[in-house]
Design a protein around this ligand. Structure first.
Ligand SMILES: *Cc1c(COP(=O)(O)O)cnc(C)c1O
Length: 458
Protein backbone atom coordinates (compact mmCIF):
# COMPACT_ATOMS: atom_id res chain seq x y z
CA UNK A 1 0.00 0.00 0.00
CA UNK A 2 1.36 3.44 -0.87
CA UNK A 3 2.02 5.54 2.22
CA UNK A 4 -0.43 8.25 3.26
CA UNK A 5 0.32 10.99 5.81
CA UNK A 6 -2.95 12.20 7.41
CA UNK A 7 -3.88 15.82 6.68
CA UNK A 8 -2.28 18.04 9.39
CA UNK A 9 -5.45 20.17 9.55
CA UNK A 10 -9.17 19.71 9.92
CA UNK A 11 -11.95 21.22 7.85
CA UNK A 12 -14.09 24.03 9.29
CA UNK A 13 -15.45 25.63 6.15
CA UNK A 14 -16.58 23.62 3.15
CA UNK A 15 -17.41 24.29 -0.48
CA UNK A 16 -19.93 21.81 -1.90
CA UNK A 17 -18.95 19.94 -5.06
CA UNK A 18 -21.11 17.46 -6.92
CA UNK A 19 -20.82 14.86 -9.64
CA UNK A 20 -23.45 15.74 -12.22
CA UNK A 21 -25.16 12.78 -14.00
CA UNK A 22 -23.32 11.08 -16.87
CA UNK A 23 -25.71 12.43 -19.51
CA UNK A 24 -25.06 16.00 -18.32
CA UNK A 25 -21.30 15.41 -18.33
CA UNK A 26 -21.59 14.19 -21.91
CA UNK A 27 -23.47 17.35 -22.84
CA UNK A 28 -20.97 19.57 -20.98
CA UNK A 29 -17.87 18.11 -22.62
CA UNK A 30 -19.47 18.27 -26.08
CA UNK A 31 -20.46 21.93 -25.55
CA UNK A 32 -16.84 22.57 -24.46
CA UNK A 33 -15.57 21.29 -27.83
CA UNK A 34 -13.89 18.45 -25.88
CA UNK A 35 -11.48 20.96 -24.30
CA UNK A 36 -11.46 20.70 -20.48
CA UNK A 37 -10.51 24.39 -20.16
CA UNK A 38 -13.95 25.30 -21.56
CA UNK A 39 -16.03 23.36 -18.99
CA UNK A 40 -17.85 25.41 -16.35
CA UNK A 41 -16.29 24.86 -12.92
CA UNK A 42 -19.66 23.99 -11.37
CA UNK A 43 -19.93 21.01 -13.73
CA UNK A 44 -16.66 19.56 -12.39
CA UNK A 45 -16.36 17.18 -9.45
CA UNK A 46 -12.58 17.12 -8.82
CA UNK A 47 -10.53 19.88 -10.43
CA UNK A 48 -6.85 19.18 -11.09
CA UNK A 49 -6.46 21.81 -13.81
CA UNK A 50 -3.86 23.76 -11.80
CA UNK A 51 -2.36 24.25 -8.33
CA UNK A 52 -2.12 28.00 -8.99
CA UNK A 53 -4.28 30.16 -6.74
CA UNK A 54 -6.51 27.16 -5.95
CA UNK A 55 -5.16 26.37 -2.46
CA UNK A 56 -7.20 26.63 0.74
CA UNK A 57 -6.12 29.44 3.07
CA UNK A 58 -5.79 28.78 6.78
CA UNK A 59 -7.75 30.55 9.54
CA UNK A 60 -4.51 32.43 10.32
CA UNK A 61 -4.44 33.79 6.78
CA UNK A 62 -8.12 34.79 6.87
CA UNK A 63 -7.60 36.47 10.25
CA UNK A 64 -4.58 38.35 8.87
CA UNK A 65 -6.66 39.54 5.91
CA UNK A 66 -9.13 41.18 8.28
CA UNK A 67 -6.28 43.35 9.52
CA UNK A 68 -5.22 44.45 6.03
CA UNK A 69 -4.12 48.09 5.95
CA UNK A 70 -5.47 49.60 2.73
CA UNK A 71 -3.39 52.81 2.86
CA UNK A 72 -2.14 53.68 -0.62
CA UNK A 73 1.49 54.05 0.48
CA UNK A 74 3.51 52.64 3.37
CA UNK A 75 0.74 50.40 4.72
CA UNK A 76 1.35 48.24 7.80
CA UNK A 77 0.51 45.22 5.59
CA UNK A 78 3.54 46.02 3.41
CA UNK A 79 5.86 46.13 6.42
CA UNK A 80 4.49 42.84 7.74
CA UNK A 81 5.20 41.27 4.35
CA UNK A 82 8.64 42.88 4.22
CA UNK A 83 9.58 41.33 7.55
CA UNK A 84 8.79 37.83 6.21
CA UNK A 85 10.47 38.57 2.86
CA UNK A 86 13.68 39.66 4.62
CA UNK A 87 13.61 36.58 6.85
CA UNK A 88 12.86 33.90 4.23
CA UNK A 89 14.25 35.23 0.93
CA UNK A 90 16.79 37.74 2.25
CA UNK A 91 17.10 39.90 -0.87
CA UNK A 92 17.89 43.58 -0.30
CA UNK A 93 14.89 44.87 -2.26
CA UNK A 94 11.52 43.60 -3.43
CA UNK A 95 8.20 44.76 -4.83
CA UNK A 96 4.90 42.91 -4.55
CA UNK A 97 3.26 42.05 -7.91
CA UNK A 98 -0.22 40.72 -8.66
CA UNK A 99 1.21 37.39 -9.82
CA UNK A 100 4.32 35.73 -11.19
CA UNK A 101 4.07 36.83 -14.83
CA UNK A 102 3.84 40.50 -13.78
CA UNK A 103 7.27 40.13 -12.14
CA UNK A 104 8.58 38.34 -15.26
CA UNK A 105 7.19 41.05 -17.52
CA UNK A 106 8.97 43.83 -15.61
CA UNK A 107 12.27 41.94 -15.49
CA UNK A 108 12.15 41.03 -19.19
CA UNK A 109 11.21 44.57 -20.16
CA UNK A 110 14.17 46.03 -18.25
CA UNK A 111 16.90 43.54 -19.13
CA UNK A 112 16.21 41.79 -22.44
CA UNK A 113 16.98 43.18 -25.89
CA UNK A 114 16.11 41.38 -29.16
CA UNK A 115 18.39 38.43 -29.89
CA UNK A 116 19.55 37.99 -26.28
CA UNK A 117 19.53 34.60 -24.52
CA UNK A 118 18.21 33.57 -21.10
CA UNK A 119 19.37 30.13 -19.93
CA UNK A 120 17.51 28.10 -17.29
CA UNK A 121 16.99 24.46 -16.38
CA UNK A 122 13.55 24.77 -18.01
CA UNK A 123 11.47 27.92 -18.44
CA UNK A 124 7.81 27.84 -17.50
CA UNK A 125 5.48 28.94 -20.34
CA UNK A 126 4.76 32.46 -19.01
CA UNK A 127 8.50 33.06 -18.45
CA UNK A 128 9.22 31.83 -21.92
CA UNK A 129 6.43 34.03 -23.31
CA UNK A 130 7.72 37.16 -21.55
CA UNK A 131 11.27 36.57 -22.81
CA UNK A 132 10.05 35.98 -26.37
CA UNK A 133 7.78 39.05 -26.20
CA UNK A 134 10.98 41.17 -25.89
CA UNK A 135 12.66 39.36 -28.77
CA UNK A 136 14.74 37.21 -26.42
CA UNK A 137 15.50 33.51 -26.67
CA UNK A 138 14.68 31.32 -23.67
CA UNK A 139 17.03 28.31 -23.54
CA UNK A 140 16.52 25.09 -21.54
CA UNK A 141 19.71 23.42 -20.27
CA UNK A 142 18.33 20.72 -18.01
CA UNK A 143 20.09 17.39 -17.39
CA UNK A 144 19.32 14.76 -20.03
CA UNK A 145 17.42 12.36 -17.69
CA UNK A 146 14.62 14.94 -17.41
CA UNK A 147 13.41 13.86 -20.86
CA UNK A 148 13.08 10.19 -19.86
CA UNK A 149 9.72 9.68 -18.05
CA UNK A 150 10.94 6.53 -16.29
CA UNK A 151 14.38 7.69 -15.14
CA UNK A 152 14.24 7.70 -11.32
CA UNK A 153 16.79 10.26 -10.16
CA UNK A 154 16.63 12.36 -6.99
CA UNK A 155 17.09 15.78 -8.55
CA UNK A 156 15.65 15.53 -12.03
CA UNK A 157 15.31 19.34 -12.18
CA UNK A 158 19.10 19.99 -12.05
CA UNK A 159 20.75 22.04 -14.75
CA UNK A 160 23.56 20.53 -16.85
CA UNK A 161 26.55 22.62 -15.69
CA UNK A 162 28.82 21.62 -18.58
CA UNK A 163 26.11 22.61 -21.05
CA UNK A 164 25.59 25.93 -19.24
CA UNK A 165 29.29 26.80 -19.39
CA UNK A 166 29.56 25.82 -23.07
CA UNK A 167 26.41 27.83 -23.84
CA UNK A 168 27.80 30.99 -22.21
CA UNK A 169 31.11 30.61 -24.05
CA UNK A 170 29.31 30.10 -27.35
CA UNK A 171 26.77 32.95 -27.10
CA UNK A 172 29.01 35.43 -25.22
CA UNK A 173 28.23 37.03 -21.83
CA UNK A 174 27.24 40.31 -23.52
CA UNK A 175 24.26 38.45 -25.02
CA UNK A 176 23.08 36.96 -21.72
CA UNK A 177 21.47 39.70 -19.57
CA UNK A 178 20.37 37.26 -16.86
CA UNK A 179 20.40 33.57 -16.02
CA UNK A 180 17.60 31.70 -14.28
CA UNK A 181 16.62 28.40 -12.69
CA UNK A 182 13.11 27.16 -11.86
CA UNK A 183 12.56 25.45 -8.47
CA UNK A 184 10.86 23.01 -8.63
CA UNK A 185 10.83 22.46 -12.38
CA UNK A 186 7.13 22.89 -13.21
CA UNK A 187 7.47 22.34 -16.97
CA UNK A 188 9.35 19.09 -16.30
CA UNK A 189 7.10 17.25 -13.86
CA UNK A 190 7.65 19.36 -10.73
CA UNK A 191 11.06 17.80 -10.18
CA UNK A 192 13.42 19.37 -7.60
CA UNK A 193 16.81 21.05 -7.97
CA UNK A 194 19.59 20.12 -5.51
CA UNK A 195 21.49 22.61 -3.35
CA UNK A 196 24.72 21.39 -4.95
CA UNK A 197 23.35 22.23 -8.40
CA UNK A 198 22.18 25.68 -7.20
CA UNK A 199 25.68 26.26 -5.82
CA UNK A 200 27.31 25.21 -9.10
CA UNK A 201 24.91 27.25 -11.23
CA UNK A 202 25.47 30.27 -9.00
CA UNK A 203 29.26 29.88 -9.28
CA UNK A 204 29.11 29.79 -13.08
CA UNK A 205 26.80 32.81 -13.34
CA UNK A 206 28.98 34.73 -10.86
CA UNK A 207 32.18 33.83 -12.70
CA UNK A 208 30.72 35.40 -15.85
CA UNK A 209 28.98 38.23 -13.90
CA UNK A 210 25.55 37.21 -15.15
CA UNK A 211 22.76 38.21 -12.71
CA UNK A 212 21.16 35.02 -11.32
CA UNK A 213 17.37 34.99 -10.75
CA UNK A 214 15.48 32.08 -9.22
CA UNK A 215 11.92 31.37 -10.39
CA UNK A 216 10.84 30.58 -6.84
CA UNK A 217 7.19 29.49 -7.26
CA UNK A 218 7.64 26.19 -5.40
CA UNK A 219 10.62 27.06 -3.20
CA UNK A 220 9.17 25.40 -0.07
CA UNK A 221 8.48 22.09 -1.83
CA UNK A 222 11.99 22.22 -3.31
CA UNK A 223 13.46 22.86 0.17
CA UNK A 224 11.74 19.80 1.56
CA UNK A 225 13.00 17.57 -1.26
CA UNK A 226 16.53 18.75 -0.39
CA UNK A 227 15.93 17.89 3.26
CA UNK A 228 14.71 14.40 2.34
CA UNK A 229 17.20 13.56 -0.39
CA UNK A 230 20.42 15.56 -0.20
CA UNK A 231 23.24 14.48 2.12
CA UNK A 232 23.87 17.00 4.92
CA UNK A 233 20.38 18.52 5.01
CA UNK A 234 18.35 16.02 7.06
CA UNK A 235 18.73 18.08 10.25
CA UNK A 236 18.08 21.48 8.69
CA UNK A 237 14.65 23.11 8.67
CA UNK A 238 12.94 23.94 5.35
CA UNK A 239 13.35 27.63 6.33
CA UNK A 240 17.13 27.26 6.75
CA UNK A 241 17.33 25.42 3.43
CA UNK A 242 15.29 28.13 1.69
CA UNK A 243 17.56 30.83 3.16
CA UNK A 244 20.61 29.02 1.85
CA UNK A 245 19.10 28.60 -1.64
CA UNK A 246 18.28 32.29 -1.98
CA UNK A 247 21.67 33.37 -0.61
CA UNK A 248 23.14 31.90 -3.83
CA UNK A 249 21.09 34.17 -6.13
CA UNK A 250 20.92 37.86 -7.02
CA UNK A 251 17.15 37.99 -7.22
CA UNK A 252 13.91 36.05 -7.66
CA UNK A 253 10.51 36.10 -9.33
CA UNK A 254 7.61 34.39 -7.63
CA UNK A 255 3.98 33.51 -8.05
CA UNK A 256 2.67 33.35 -4.48
CA UNK A 257 -0.34 31.48 -5.89
CA UNK A 258 1.85 28.39 -5.52
CA UNK A 259 3.96 28.20 -2.32
CA UNK A 260 2.46 31.41 -0.90
CA UNK A 261 -0.87 29.49 -0.65
CA UNK A 262 -2.84 32.59 -1.65
CA UNK A 263 -5.43 33.12 -4.37
CA UNK A 264 -3.53 36.06 -5.88
CA UNK A 265 -0.05 37.57 -5.38
CA UNK A 266 3.64 37.46 -6.22
CA UNK A 267 6.86 39.43 -6.02
CA UNK A 268 10.04 40.50 -7.80
CA UNK A 269 13.19 40.70 -5.64
CA UNK A 270 16.76 41.82 -6.31
CA UNK A 271 19.99 42.78 -4.57
CA UNK A 272 20.84 45.37 -7.24
CA UNK A 273 19.96 48.90 -6.13
CA UNK A 274 19.98 50.55 -9.56
CA UNK A 275 17.90 47.73 -11.06
CA UNK A 276 15.48 48.16 -8.16
CA UNK A 277 15.06 51.86 -8.98
CA UNK A 278 14.09 50.92 -12.53
CA UNK A 279 11.81 48.13 -11.31
CA UNK A 280 9.92 50.59 -9.12
CA UNK A 281 9.34 52.95 -12.05
CA UNK A 282 8.09 50.11 -14.26
CA UNK A 283 5.83 48.90 -11.43
CA UNK A 284 4.31 52.34 -10.91
CA UNK A 285 3.55 52.54 -14.62
CA UNK A 286 1.92 49.13 -14.87
CA UNK A 287 0.97 47.66 -11.51
CA UNK A 288 0.83 50.22 -8.72
CA UNK A 289 2.83 51.96 -6.00
CA UNK A 290 5.85 49.93 -4.77
CA UNK A 291 4.33 49.17 -1.37
CA UNK A 292 1.29 47.39 -2.82
CA UNK A 293 2.13 46.43 -6.43
CA UNK A 294 -1.37 45.89 -7.78
CA UNK A 295 -2.66 44.04 -4.71
CA UNK A 296 -4.91 44.99 -1.80
CA UNK A 297 -3.24 45.42 1.60
CA UNK A 298 -5.07 42.32 2.82
CA UNK A 299 -3.50 40.25 0.02
CA UNK A 300 -0.03 41.20 1.31
CA UNK A 301 -0.99 39.97 4.79
CA UNK A 302 -2.27 36.65 3.41
CA UNK A 303 1.04 36.20 1.55
CA UNK A 304 3.16 37.01 4.60
CA UNK A 305 1.40 34.30 6.61
CA UNK A 306 1.27 31.88 3.64
CA UNK A 307 5.05 31.88 3.05
CA UNK A 308 5.66 30.74 6.61
CA UNK A 309 2.89 28.12 6.51
CA UNK A 310 4.30 26.69 3.28
CA UNK A 311 7.60 26.10 5.13
CA UNK A 312 5.94 24.22 8.00
CA UNK A 313 7.51 20.76 8.09
CA UNK A 314 4.34 18.89 8.95
CA UNK A 315 2.56 20.54 6.05
CA UNK A 316 5.39 19.74 3.62
CA UNK A 317 5.63 16.14 4.79
CA UNK A 318 1.91 15.71 4.10
CA UNK A 319 2.06 17.64 0.82
CA UNK A 320 4.83 15.54 -0.75
CA UNK A 321 3.39 12.31 0.65
CA UNK A 322 -0.06 13.12 -0.77
CA UNK A 323 1.31 13.56 -4.28
CA UNK A 324 3.49 10.46 -3.99
CA UNK A 325 0.46 8.50 -2.73
CA UNK A 326 -1.51 9.38 -5.85
CA UNK A 327 1.47 8.60 -8.11
CA UNK A 328 2.38 5.32 -6.39
CA UNK A 329 -1.26 4.15 -6.35
CA UNK A 330 -1.47 4.73 -10.10
CA UNK A 331 1.81 2.90 -10.72
CA UNK A 332 0.57 0.00 -8.59
CA UNK A 333 -2.50 -0.15 -10.84
CA UNK A 334 -0.25 -0.29 -13.89
CA UNK A 335 -1.05 3.27 -15.03
CA UNK A 336 2.07 4.95 -16.45
CA UNK A 337 3.18 8.35 -15.05
CA UNK A 338 6.32 10.49 -15.08
CA UNK A 339 8.58 9.03 -12.41
CA UNK A 340 9.36 9.73 -9.66
CA UNK A 341 6.28 11.75 -8.56
CA UNK A 342 7.10 15.47 -8.16
CA UNK A 343 5.63 17.76 -5.51
CA UNK A 344 2.66 19.51 -7.03
CA UNK A 345 1.36 17.28 -9.81
CA UNK A 346 1.16 13.83 -11.33
CA UNK A 347 1.69 13.57 -15.07
CA UNK A 348 -0.09 10.69 -16.80
CA UNK A 349 1.76 9.21 -19.77
CA UNK A 350 -1.10 9.13 -22.28
CA UNK A 351 1.09 7.96 -25.13
CA UNK A 352 1.92 4.78 -23.24
CA UNK A 353 -1.52 4.19 -21.68
CA UNK A 354 -3.25 4.65 -25.06
CA UNK A 355 -0.48 3.21 -27.22
CA UNK A 356 -3.00 2.11 -29.89
CA UNK A 357 -3.95 5.75 -30.63
CA UNK A 358 -1.44 7.40 -32.99
CA UNK A 359 0.02 10.62 -31.58
CA UNK A 360 -1.61 12.67 -34.36
CA UNK A 361 -4.96 11.46 -33.05
CA UNK A 362 -4.27 13.11 -29.67
CA UNK A 363 -4.08 10.42 -26.95
CA UNK A 364 -3.73 13.16 -24.28
CA UNK A 365 -7.02 14.78 -25.29
CA UNK A 366 -8.64 11.34 -25.41
CA UNK A 367 -7.55 10.62 -21.83
CA UNK A 368 -8.51 14.06 -20.46
CA UNK A 369 -11.98 13.80 -22.06
CA UNK A 370 -12.44 10.28 -20.70
CA UNK A 371 -11.49 11.37 -17.14
CA UNK A 372 -14.26 13.95 -17.25
CA UNK A 373 -16.76 11.55 -18.81
CA UNK A 374 -16.02 8.74 -16.39
CA UNK A 375 -15.57 10.65 -13.14
CA UNK A 376 -16.18 14.39 -13.56
CA UNK A 377 -12.43 14.90 -13.12
CA UNK A 378 -10.68 17.80 -14.85
CA UNK A 379 -7.04 17.58 -15.89
CA UNK A 380 -5.03 19.37 -18.58
CA UNK A 381 -3.44 17.94 -21.70
CA UNK A 382 0.25 18.89 -21.87
CA UNK A 383 1.20 17.03 -25.01
CA UNK A 384 0.60 17.16 -28.72
CA UNK A 385 -1.88 20.04 -28.53
CA UNK A 386 0.05 22.09 -25.94
CA UNK A 387 3.53 21.63 -27.40
CA UNK A 388 3.06 20.49 -31.00
CA UNK A 389 3.00 23.03 -33.83
CA UNK A 390 2.99 23.43 -37.58
CA UNK A 391 6.36 24.70 -38.83
CA UNK A 392 5.56 28.01 -40.59
CA UNK A 393 8.33 27.48 -43.15
CA UNK A 394 7.99 23.82 -44.10
CA UNK A 395 4.29 23.40 -43.23
CA UNK A 396 5.28 20.20 -41.42
CA UNK A 397 3.68 19.12 -38.18
CA UNK A 398 6.09 18.96 -35.22
CA UNK A 399 5.08 16.40 -32.58
CA UNK A 400 6.52 16.63 -29.06
CA UNK A 401 8.34 13.66 -27.53
CA UNK A 402 5.80 13.16 -24.74
CA UNK A 403 2.02 13.22 -24.64
CA UNK A 404 1.06 13.96 -21.03
CA UNK A 405 -2.04 14.76 -19.01
CA UNK A 406 -1.28 16.80 -15.87
CA UNK A 407 -3.18 16.45 -12.63
CA UNK A 408 -2.04 19.38 -10.47
CA UNK A 409 -3.00 19.06 -6.81
CA UNK A 410 -4.39 22.18 -5.12
CA UNK A 411 -2.84 22.80 -1.67
CA UNK A 412 -4.84 21.62 1.39
CA UNK A 413 -8.00 21.09 -0.71
CA UNK A 414 -8.59 17.39 -1.45
CA UNK A 415 -8.52 14.44 0.96
CA UNK A 416 -7.31 10.87 0.61
CA UNK A 417 -10.76 9.68 -0.49
CA UNK A 418 -10.73 12.18 -3.35
CA UNK A 419 -7.40 10.72 -4.45
CA UNK A 420 -8.71 7.15 -4.10
CA UNK A 421 -11.71 8.07 -6.24
CA UNK A 422 -9.30 9.49 -8.84
CA UNK A 423 -7.29 6.24 -8.91
CA UNK A 424 -10.50 4.17 -9.25
CA UNK A 425 -11.67 6.36 -12.13
CA UNK A 426 -8.37 5.94 -13.96
CA UNK A 427 -8.41 2.18 -13.35
CA UNK A 428 -11.85 1.95 -14.99
CA UNK A 429 -10.60 3.94 -17.97
CA UNK A 430 -7.46 1.79 -18.25
CA UNK A 431 -9.67 -1.35 -18.19
CA UNK A 432 -11.49 -0.32 -21.35
CA UNK A 433 -8.71 1.78 -22.89
CA UNK A 434 -8.39 -0.41 -26.00
CA UNK A 435 -11.86 0.65 -27.10
CA UNK A 436 -11.08 4.38 -26.96
CA UNK A 437 -10.62 6.34 -30.16
CA UNK A 438 -8.75 9.57 -30.85
CA UNK A 439 -9.76 13.13 -31.68
CA UNK A 440 -9.07 15.69 -34.33
CA UNK A 441 -8.69 19.47 -34.06
CA UNK A 442 -11.56 21.53 -35.52
CA UNK A 443 -10.28 24.96 -34.40
CA UNK A 444 -6.88 26.16 -33.21
CA UNK A 445 -5.36 29.59 -32.57
CA UNK A 446 -1.77 30.25 -33.69
CA UNK A 447 -0.22 30.43 -30.18
CA UNK A 448 -0.93 28.68 -26.85
CA UNK A 449 -3.48 26.53 -28.65
CA UNK A 450 -4.33 24.16 -25.78
CA UNK A 451 -6.28 26.88 -23.95
CA UNK A 452 -8.89 27.50 -26.64
CA UNK A 453 -8.64 24.75 -29.30
CA UNK A 454 -11.75 22.70 -30.11
CA UNK A 455 -11.96 19.03 -31.07
CA UNK A 456 -14.24 16.30 -32.36
CA UNK A 457 -14.13 12.53 -31.85
CA UNK A 458 -12.84 10.39 -34.70
C1 LIG B 1 2.78 29.71 -12.26
C2 LIG B 1 4.18 29.89 -12.64
C3 LIG B 1 4.64 31.11 -13.15
C4 LIG B 1 3.72 32.28 -13.47
O1 LIG B 1 2.98 32.71 -12.39
P1 LIG B 1 1.50 33.29 -12.53
O2 LIG B 1 1.13 33.64 -11.14
O3 LIG B 1 0.64 32.23 -13.13
O4 LIG B 1 1.58 34.50 -13.41
C5 LIG B 1 5.98 31.22 -13.42
N1 LIG B 1 6.85 30.19 -13.23
C6 LIG B 1 6.43 29.01 -12.74
C7 LIG B 1 7.42 27.91 -12.52
C8 LIG B 1 5.09 28.81 -12.44
O5 LIG B 1 4.69 27.62 -11.97
Amino acid sequence: MPKYVPEPFRIKMIEPIRLIPAAEREQAIRTAGYNTFAIRAEDIFLDYLTDSGTGAMSHHQWAAMMQGDESYAGARSYYRLKEVMDHVFGFKYFVPTHQGRAAENILANLLIKPGMFVPSNMHFDTTEGNIRARGGRPTNLIRAEAYDPRARVDFKGDMDIAKLRAFIEEKGVENIPLGMITITNNAGGGQPVSMQNLRDVSAVYREYRIPFFIDACRFAENSYFIKLREPGYADKTPLEIAQEMFSLADGATMSAKKDGIVNIGGFLATNDESLFERIKNELILREGFPTYGGLAGRDLDAMAVGFMEALDERYLEYRLAQTAYLGDSLLEAGIPIIEPPGAHAIYLDAKRLLAHIPQRELPGITLAVEMYRQGGIRAAELGTVAFGYIDPETGEEHLPELDLVRMAIPRRVYTQSHLDYTVETLKEIAGRSKKLKGYRITYQPRLMRHFTARFEPL
